[in-house]
Design a protein. Structure first.
Length: 245
């Protein structure tokens, strides 16, 4: 499988969505910042410390299910809120309410700005399909299907394990490996026969924890060493680079 930069024995490719396939990681970071800054400003006044769309995003929310990201960031600022209900409206001052507020911002931004897929990633997935490899998208986002359709790449994947599926099957999110394991199972391959493609540290952790055959870190924001430190077997800035290995 040298033309894809993967070791022998890999039979399936499991791709994260935001930051690996589509240019939506920056949209998510902007939505988190808008939501948290508004919350912190109202709670703490104009002297509040803003959400950092790089450091705080990478450390507390990137790759995690939405509610887990809210809890992790609030804990970093020593703020506790009621958990609330998954159906809480965006106006509620609860963990679930803040998550809903962030999601509403993301959906608005996607509607206004559209969604772009990384061209190199599309070429790589097409090459994987041509080589006969099975393909799945694994994302914590409940909007995964809409993003794939908006980017015009939904037909490249056989299986989608996203936030909706994870909730239905009660699968813990990344860094737990369960969503990736579910994707491998749905494709009929053992974990050692699958490669994981991730830009988030939590996602690389999930790939390692699940015993997958190869973990590729995709470095879009200058965190190559951190990706390697969390266990990525290879780190690239674009998936197309793997085709030259």
């Amino acid at each position: 499988m040298t033309n894809l930069g993967l070791p022998d024995g890999i039979r399936a490719c499991l791709f994260d969505l935001d930051g690996v396939l589509t240019r939506t990681a920056t949209v998510h970071a902007a939505a988190w910042k808008s939501m948290f800054d508004d919350f912190l400003r109202r709670r703490q006044g104009e002297g509040f410390r803003p959400f950092d769309p790089v450091a705080d995003y990478d450390a507390y929310v990137d790759g995690l299910p939405r509610a887990d990201g809210v809890r992790a960031f609030l804990a970093s600022r020593e703020i506790r809120l009621p958990e609330g209900d998954p159906h809480d409206e965006p106006e509620r001052e609860t963990v679930q309410g803040l998550g809903a507020r962030k999601n509403a911002l993301v959906l608005r931004m996607i509607k206004e700005q559209g969604v772009q897929a990384y061209a190199g990633s599309v070429r790589y997935v097409e090459a994987a399909r041509a080589a006969g490899l099975r393909r799945a998208v694994v994302s914590s986002s409940a909007n995964c299907r809409d993003v794939l359709v908006a980017a015009g790449i939904a037909d490249l994947f056989e299986v989608r394990i996203d936030g909706v599926v994870a909730a239905e099957q009660k699968l813990p999110g990344k860094p737990a490996p369960d969503t990736y394991l579910a994707a491998a199972h749905a494709l009929g391959v053992v974990p050692r026969g699958a490669a994981v493609f991730e830009d988030a540290l939590a996602g690389v952790d999930a790939g390692r924890a699940g015993g997958f055959g190869f973990v590729v870190g995709v470095d879009r924001v200058g965190q190559a060493e951190d990706l390697r430190g969390h266990g990525a077997d290879a780190v690239v800035q674009d998936l197309e680079e793997l085709m030259a290995l």
